[in-house]
Design a protein around this ligand. Structure first.
Ligand code: VGL
Ligand code: ZN
Length: 196
Protein backbone atom coordinates (compact mmCIF):
# COMPACT_ATOMS: atom_id res chain seq x y z
CA UNK A 1 0.00 0.00 0.00
CA UNK A 2 1.24 3.47 -0.95
CA UNK A 3 1.10 6.68 1.07
CA UNK A 4 1.70 10.27 0.02
CA UNK A 5 3.39 12.33 2.75
CA UNK A 6 2.79 16.06 2.20
CA UNK A 7 5.28 17.98 4.32
CA UNK A 8 4.60 21.47 5.68
CA UNK A 9 2.62 22.92 2.76
CA UNK A 10 1.51 25.90 4.88
CA UNK A 11 0.97 29.60 4.17
CA UNK A 12 4.13 30.75 6.00
CA UNK A 13 6.31 28.70 3.61
CA UNK A 14 4.70 30.19 0.49
CA UNK A 15 5.75 33.44 -1.24
CA UNK A 16 4.68 36.32 1.02
CA UNK A 17 4.83 34.12 4.13
CA UNK A 18 7.08 34.50 7.17
CA UNK A 19 9.59 31.87 6.00
CA UNK A 20 8.89 31.96 2.31
CA UNK A 21 10.26 29.33 -0.03
CA UNK A 22 10.46 30.75 -3.53
CA UNK A 23 8.05 29.06 -5.96
CA UNK A 24 6.53 27.17 -3.02
CA UNK A 25 3.09 27.96 -4.43
CA UNK A 26 3.93 26.23 -7.73
CA UNK A 27 3.93 22.75 -6.16
CA UNK A 28 0.34 22.84 -4.91
CA UNK A 29 -1.32 22.06 -8.24
CA UNK A 30 1.19 19.23 -8.83
CA UNK A 31 0.41 17.75 -5.40
CA UNK A 32 -3.35 18.00 -5.98
CA UNK A 33 -2.87 16.17 -9.30
CA UNK A 34 -1.21 13.08 -7.76
CA UNK A 35 -3.26 12.60 -4.56
CA UNK A 36 -5.58 10.11 -6.28
CA UNK A 37 -2.68 7.72 -6.91
CA UNK A 38 -2.36 6.83 -3.21
CA UNK A 39 -4.11 4.56 -0.70
CA UNK A 40 -3.45 7.08 2.07
CA UNK A 41 -2.61 10.80 2.13
CA UNK A 42 -0.92 12.27 5.22
CA UNK A 43 -0.04 15.93 5.69
CA UNK A 44 2.31 17.32 8.33
CA UNK A 45 2.04 20.79 9.83
CA UNK A 46 4.86 22.70 11.47
CA UNK A 47 2.94 23.78 14.59
CA UNK A 48 4.96 25.98 16.93
CA UNK A 49 4.07 27.73 20.17
CA UNK A 50 4.95 31.46 20.15
CA UNK A 51 7.88 30.90 22.53
CA UNK A 52 9.56 28.25 20.35
CA UNK A 53 13.38 28.07 20.59
CA UNK A 54 13.75 28.01 16.78
CA UNK A 55 12.56 31.64 16.59
CA UNK A 56 15.38 34.22 16.61
CA UNK A 57 12.95 36.55 18.41
CA UNK A 58 13.13 34.29 21.48
CA UNK A 59 16.93 34.69 21.85
CA UNK A 60 18.68 37.80 23.12
CA UNK A 61 21.05 39.47 20.66
CA UNK A 62 20.66 36.77 18.02
CA UNK A 63 19.67 37.17 14.39
CA UNK A 64 17.76 35.09 11.88
CA UNK A 65 20.22 32.57 10.38
CA UNK A 66 22.45 32.37 13.46
CA UNK A 67 23.14 28.90 14.82
CA UNK A 68 22.86 28.32 18.58
CA UNK A 69 23.26 25.20 20.71
CA UNK A 70 20.16 24.27 22.69
CA UNK A 71 20.52 21.27 25.04
CA UNK A 72 23.45 20.03 22.93
CA UNK A 73 21.59 20.25 19.59
CA UNK A 74 22.54 22.80 16.89
CA UNK A 75 19.60 25.03 16.10
CA UNK A 76 19.32 27.44 13.16
CA UNK A 77 17.31 30.50 14.16
CA UNK A 78 14.32 31.27 11.95
CA UNK A 79 11.84 34.10 11.71
CA UNK A 80 8.65 33.46 13.73
CA UNK A 81 6.67 31.03 11.56
CA UNK A 82 3.82 28.52 11.68
CA UNK A 83 2.53 29.67 15.06
CA UNK A 84 -0.33 27.41 16.17
CA UNK A 85 -3.81 28.49 15.03
CA UNK A 86 -2.66 31.41 12.86
CA UNK A 87 -3.12 32.05 9.14
CA UNK A 88 0.59 31.26 8.62
CA UNK A 89 0.27 27.73 9.96
CA UNK A 90 -2.87 26.95 7.98
CA UNK A 91 -2.93 24.95 4.75
CA UNK A 92 -3.13 27.15 1.64
CA UNK A 93 -6.61 27.59 0.24
CA UNK A 94 -5.65 25.94 -3.05
CA UNK A 95 -4.46 22.66 -1.48
CA UNK A 96 -7.09 19.93 -1.88
CA UNK A 97 -7.80 19.13 1.78
CA UNK A 98 -10.63 16.70 0.98
CA UNK A 99 -8.13 13.94 0.09
CA UNK A 100 -6.04 14.28 3.27
CA UNK A 101 -6.73 11.32 5.58
CA UNK A 102 -4.66 12.48 8.55
CA UNK A 103 -2.77 15.57 9.72
CA UNK A 104 0.37 15.15 11.83
CA UNK A 105 1.44 18.14 13.95
CA UNK A 106 5.11 18.66 14.85
CA UNK A 107 7.33 21.24 16.56
CA UNK A 108 4.97 21.79 19.52
CA UNK A 109 7.63 21.30 22.23
CA UNK A 110 9.11 24.79 22.72
CA UNK A 111 12.53 23.36 23.61
CA UNK A 112 13.26 21.26 20.51
CA UNK A 113 12.74 21.70 16.77
CA UNK A 114 11.25 18.97 14.62
CA UNK A 115 12.07 18.97 10.92
CA UNK A 116 10.95 15.39 10.39
CA UNK A 117 7.34 14.30 10.46
CA UNK A 118 8.47 11.18 12.36
CA UNK A 119 10.78 12.32 15.20
CA UNK A 120 12.07 15.54 16.77
CA UNK A 121 15.60 16.73 15.97
CA UNK A 122 17.04 14.99 19.05
CA UNK A 123 15.09 11.81 18.12
CA UNK A 124 13.68 12.01 21.65
CA UNK A 125 10.00 12.11 20.79
CA UNK A 126 7.96 10.38 18.09
CA UNK A 127 4.80 11.61 16.36
CA UNK A 128 3.73 7.95 16.00
CA UNK A 129 3.53 8.50 12.21
CA UNK A 130 5.55 5.33 11.59
CA UNK A 131 3.20 3.24 13.76
CA UNK A 132 0.19 4.79 12.02
CA UNK A 133 1.53 3.98 8.53
CA UNK A 134 2.36 0.42 9.58
CA UNK A 135 -1.14 -0.02 11.05
CA UNK A 136 -2.50 0.86 7.59
CA UNK A 137 -0.17 -1.67 5.90
CA UNK A 138 1.76 1.04 4.10
CA UNK A 139 5.08 -0.14 2.67
CA UNK A 140 5.78 2.68 0.17
CA UNK A 141 5.97 6.38 1.00
CA UNK A 142 6.31 9.25 -1.48
CA UNK A 143 7.41 12.56 0.07
CA UNK A 144 6.55 16.03 -1.27
CA UNK A 145 6.41 19.56 0.15
CA UNK A 146 8.54 22.27 1.71
CA UNK A 147 11.37 22.79 2.22
CA UNK A 148 13.39 20.22 0.27
CA UNK A 149 16.61 20.47 2.29
CA UNK A 150 14.96 20.69 5.73
CA UNK A 151 11.66 19.08 6.51
CA UNK A 152 11.36 17.03 3.31
CA UNK A 153 14.90 15.65 3.64
CA UNK A 154 14.59 14.74 7.33
CA UNK A 155 11.14 13.19 6.85
CA UNK A 156 12.28 11.15 3.84
CA UNK A 157 15.40 9.86 5.61
CA UNK A 158 13.36 8.83 8.67
CA UNK A 159 10.79 7.18 6.39
CA UNK A 160 13.54 5.14 4.75
CA UNK A 161 15.11 4.25 8.12
CA UNK A 162 11.68 3.14 9.36
CA UNK A 163 11.64 0.59 6.55
CA UNK A 164 9.36 2.24 4.00
CA UNK A 165 10.37 2.23 0.33
CA UNK A 166 10.76 5.96 0.04
CA UNK A 167 10.75 8.35 -2.92
CA UNK A 168 10.88 12.14 -3.18
CA UNK A 169 9.06 13.77 -6.11
CA UNK A 170 11.01 16.94 -6.91
CA UNK A 171 8.34 18.62 -9.04
CA UNK A 172 6.22 18.64 -5.87
CA UNK A 173 9.02 20.11 -3.68
CA UNK A 174 10.83 23.43 -3.39
CA UNK A 175 13.76 24.41 -1.17
CA UNK A 176 15.47 27.50 0.17
CA UNK A 177 19.07 27.34 -1.08
CA UNK A 178 20.19 25.75 -4.38
CA UNK A 179 23.49 24.45 -3.00
CA UNK A 180 21.83 22.97 0.10
CA UNK A 181 19.10 21.41 -2.05
CA UNK A 182 21.73 19.68 -4.20
CA UNK A 183 23.54 18.39 -1.10
CA UNK A 184 20.28 17.16 0.40
CA UNK A 185 19.45 15.21 -2.77
CA UNK A 186 22.84 13.50 -2.55
CA UNK A 187 22.25 12.70 1.13
CA UNK A 188 18.77 11.33 0.41
CA UNK A 189 20.18 9.07 -2.33
CA UNK A 190 22.78 7.76 0.15
CA UNK A 191 19.84 6.80 2.39
CA UNK A 192 18.23 4.59 -0.30
CA UNK A 193 15.69 7.21 -1.31
CA UNK A 194 14.65 7.30 -4.96
CA UNK A 195 14.58 10.84 -6.36
CA UNK A 196 12.02 11.45 -9.08
C1 VGL B 1 10.97 24.10 8.08
C2 VGL B 1 12.55 25.53 8.87
C3 VGL B 1 11.88 25.66 10.07
C4 VGL B 1 10.47 23.24 6.96
C5 VGL B 1 10.28 24.20 9.28
O1 VGL B 1 9.27 22.95 6.91
O2 VGL B 1 11.31 22.87 6.09
N1 VGL B 1 12.10 24.76 7.90
N2 VGL B 1 10.75 24.99 10.26
ZN1 ZN C 1 9.56 25.37 12.02
Amino acid sequence: MKALLIIDVQNDFLPGGALEVSEGDLIIENINDIMDNYDLVIATKDWHPKNHISFASNHKEKNIGDVVKVNGVNQILWPDHCVQNTYGSDFPKSLNKSKINKVILKGMDKDIDSYSGFFDNARGASTLLSEYLKSKNIDKVDCVGLATEYCVKFSAIDSSKEGFQTRVILKCCRGINKNDIDKSIQEMRENNIVII
